[in-house]
Write a protein that binds this ligand. Sequence first.
Ligand code: 4AD
Ligand code: MG
Length: 435
Amino acid sequence: MVKYMKYVHVRDVLEGKYDGKKVALRGWVHRIRKQKTMVFALLRDHSGVVQTVIKQGSVSNQTYADADRMLVESLITLEGVAKADPRAEGGYEVQVDKLQVLQFAEEFPITEDQSVEFLNDYRHLWLRSRKITNILKVRDEVFYSSREYLRKNGFYETTSPMFVATMGEEGAEMFEVDYFGRKAYLTQTSQMHLEPQIVALERVFTLAPSFRAEKSRTRKHLTEYWHLEVEEAWCDHEANLKRQEELISYICQSVAKNRREELKELGVDYAKLEQVKPPFDRITYGEAVEICSKAGLDIKWGEDIRTEAEEILTRDSDKFLFVQFYPKEIKSFYMKHNEADPRTYRNDDLLAPRGFGEIIGGSQREDEESRIIENLQRIGDDPAKYKWYIELRKYGSVEHSGFGVGIDRLITWMLNLEHIRECVPFPRDVRRLYP
Ligand code: 4AD
Ligand code: MG
């Protein structure tokens, strides 16, 4: 085994920190080009890709033969001198004097121009592409900055069960599991189990998967997605909207600031994210229906704002838009009655700009026991099933609100991705359970 110096990261080389100096690098062969007496190998590590050159005569014969033999995705370590070179991708080239191939890769199955279906079947190998690597780095920043904002604002991170016994959102979209002979479901939302926790902690959130047996195969639906759910005591509808716009703005600002290189490589203008600032635009559900019917959509008061309608509402705008006060018949039983218009709840959907549509669902929660029972009876559900949830309203019932951010949707919007599955390491949708 050759003894190597301390390894540096590709990014450090590309930033010129080692110009003219000897470096040791380790990583994977990203691309390779062989000439008569030279092998050009792009070396990739987590931080980037740099050109290296192995010259016959500058290394031992055995080493040169190894370099000549290796294929893309081989695992290597090397030492050489880093030199600025405008012809090389990234502006630097490493002239190699020691090379060790730790694993000779077989012929890599992924080449250019393969179908989306093929690439998804090889997701375990495709993950290492520059595009997905960059997307995952943005994803990391979204997770990190969400937590950072919430911690700074006095929220505790907590957890909720994934196995539940009752409906959270849509009965038809629940995954049923056999729980030792009893029926259980994979949770659609952690909200119901966050609400009891605010009486202990006042401000809480959880970042966890939610499950929806969505048959709809759209660019925005997964069966398992990451859900950031926030729940806050002493918080009404108005304060809840403020919380949502502050959080989303904070995340966008953080990505613009800390992932600028990745955004550039992904072809996304960071300025678009820098512009995301409170206050967001607001309309009522009633106004939304009017706008959509004026635009020629066949929609009446009481019907849901579907994808097409959301697109009409946001297509000409660079700003996020709250749609608030939806009719009771199309929203959930736990939402707060709206005194100002008793047909509606004090709730909101947050729609992302440029036609993207919903990324958040939120509401003030109903804190009166009798109203929750009335709502359940109206939709033909049995209040007895929600005994524990209703019981919360008997002991120190506090005004409170919360919301759930579809994290994968937020990233899809940020990066203008064609499909939500692009931003998840191993996406799950109606057809996909492999790899
Ligand atoms: O609007 P939803 O159904 O709201 C709730 O679950 C509330 N209980 C949240 C809360 O108040 N704590 O879901 C919230 C968000 C949606 O706005 C959407 O962004 C995302 O979750 N979402 C999905 N994302 C990907 N794939 C799916 N199938 C999704 N379904 C919902
Ligand atoms: Mg919703």
